[in-house]
Design a protein around this ligand. Structure first.
Ligand SMILES: C[S@@+](CC[C@H](N)C(=O)[O-])C[C@H]1O[C@@H](n2cnc3c(N)ncnc32)[C@H](O)[C@@H]1O
Length: 294
């Protein structure tokens, strides 16, 4: 990016090529998001302004964003400070997991379990992070009351800010603590979670972008199932009769997690695939309590 005058289109072409040469997937989209952020406009506006020259100050801002994306592999959302999830614009920040598109499969599967939009559901989201899943469910089920827990005070503060800015704060409460601990004794119709599920052994092989995400949001023991299996074991006490659970899982975890839920009184289970066709979400209904004999 030399000191001559550059147009929007020239900057996009140069940057997309630069990102591609550094092995960044979705290079053109990343370039567009960062340029729109530097110019303070919507991404689609760039298409109307392809021939417009970019001022020096704007180009300097953009150059710094491009450097951090390419050299430090900072994810685009952390550079722009926001991410769209289930059509909700969420603030994101370092130290809190950036919500992933795959997690929209979890929201879809949870809604399928309770299709009636006016249902007065009690919903619990374990490990809420930015609040993505809790807030998407609160938006889709306007009579639901949602509780969201996390061990990270930073995540809870961000999630509460997101709830406020989306006008959902009166129906979502945020509680600090380990999984079900902050809601001991309460019952929920629906428990959802996208918990940490990456195997510690895989840490070295992960994309460099994940180095910018908090470890406590990613890793869960040797094979990644520690937190999922704790959720399965403890869900029995928290899920109401006729209630259900939906959890996001990683590759190869389906059988062991399914067994965990079946052992603690859930079934049948169902597997949901994400848009890439990968097994991504397991749902399970609570088995009806056996009636006592006469
Ligand atoms: C994979 S992130 C998911 C965040 C968010 N639900 C999403 O889908 O974008 C997992 C979250 O669980 C939280 N977490 C990890 N262990 C936990 C535990 N034992 N109890 C509660 N939250 C936990 C992390 O702080 C992190 O915010």
């Amino acid at each position: 990016m030399s000191a001559r005058t550059w147009t929007v289109l020239e900057l996009l072409r140069w940057t997309a090529g630069h990102f591609e040469s550094r092995g960044i997937e979705g290079a053109r989209l990343d370039a567009e998001c960062l340029l729109a952020h530097a110019l303070g406009c919507e991404r689609l506006r760039l298409y109307l302004d392809f021939d417009k020259p970019v001022e020096d100050a704007e180009r300097a801002r953009f150059r710094e964003l491009v450097r951090r994306r390419a050299d430090e592999r900072v994810p685009v959302a952390l550079l722009t400070g926001s991410r769209e999830f289930w059509s909700l614009r969420l603030a994101v920040e370092p130290g809190v997991l950036v919500p992933r598109p795959e997690t929209e499969t979890l929201v879809g599967a949870a809604l399928e379990l309770f299709p009636e939009s006016e249902a007065e559901l009690r919903i619990l989201d374990l490990g809420t992070g930015s609040g993505a899943v809790a807030l998407a469910l609160a938006r889709e089920r306007p009579k639901a009351r949602v509780t969201a827990t996390d061990v990270s005070p930073r995540a809870l503060a961000l999630a509460a800010r997101n709830a406020e800015s989306l006008g959902l704060a009166d129906r979502v409460r945020f509680l600090a603590g380990d999984l079900f601990a902050p809601v001991r004794g309460e019952r929920f119709d629906l428990v959802v979670s996208n918990p940490p599920y990456v195997a510690e052994a895989e840490a070295a092989a992960l994309a460099p972008e994940l180095g910018h995400e908090p470890g406590e949001a990613l890793f869960a023991g040797r094979d990644g199932t520690d937190v999922l299996l704790r959720i399965a074991a403890e869900a029995d006490e928290a899920v109401a009769e006729d209630g259900a659970v939906a959890v996001e899982i990683g590759a190869g975890q389906e059988a062991v997690v399914r067994e965990g839920f079946e052992e603690s009184g859930f079934g049948p289970t169902a597997l949901h695939r994400d848009l890439a066709g990968k097994p991504r979400v397991l749902t399970a209904r609570r088995r009806a309590a056996r009636g006592g004999g006469i």
